[in-house]
Design a protein around this ligand. Sequence first.
Ligand code: GRF
Length: 188
Amino acid sequence: GRIAVFASGNGSNAENIIRYFREADRGAQVALVVTNKAEAGVISRAESLGVETCVLPADRLRDPDTILPLLEARGVDLIVLAGFLLMVPPFLIARYPGRIINIHPSLLPAYGGKGMYGRRVHEAVVEAGESRTGITVHFVSEKYDDGRIIAQIPVEISPSDSAADVESKIHRLEKAHFPRIIHETFYR
Ligand code: GRF
């Protein structure tokens, strides 16, 4: 398999996925990292691991004649969104049916939807006094955080946890589970 990771920010998940699929023969490799942000941390992470990166501003990402040849030339068969903050255009969903997934840092449908990303999710969870949160891996549909759920992993929140504490718990959970879920769902 050939995976394209789409990311807009720091890129810790992209890095974990690259490393996981290299560690052993897991039937797939990350062939490409696509970002819409020229200054995103994900770029240097991917480059230092020798993975090709491609910066495409939003308008070029929405252009079929740009993105489809790029993915097709590299034989991409799975698109993984990891902290990717743009909507996936309908033509891309149509071209990769059941082959575009996202990770969201809450137990969807709770704390999902437009504007719910990054630290904001964890702030909302802590403000609401939740005793648990978690991660959701799901198929991408034409609405934010809405497609069929593949896996959810919960984690306890202690009353003294700040949003930053919850965020680091979530990052640990993502690291431990996201690459494995990709592997088990698509390449086994
Ligand atoms: C992760 O928490 C992911 O679940 C969310 O955005 C964050 C991205 O972190 N959608 P990183 O860029 O992978 O470090």
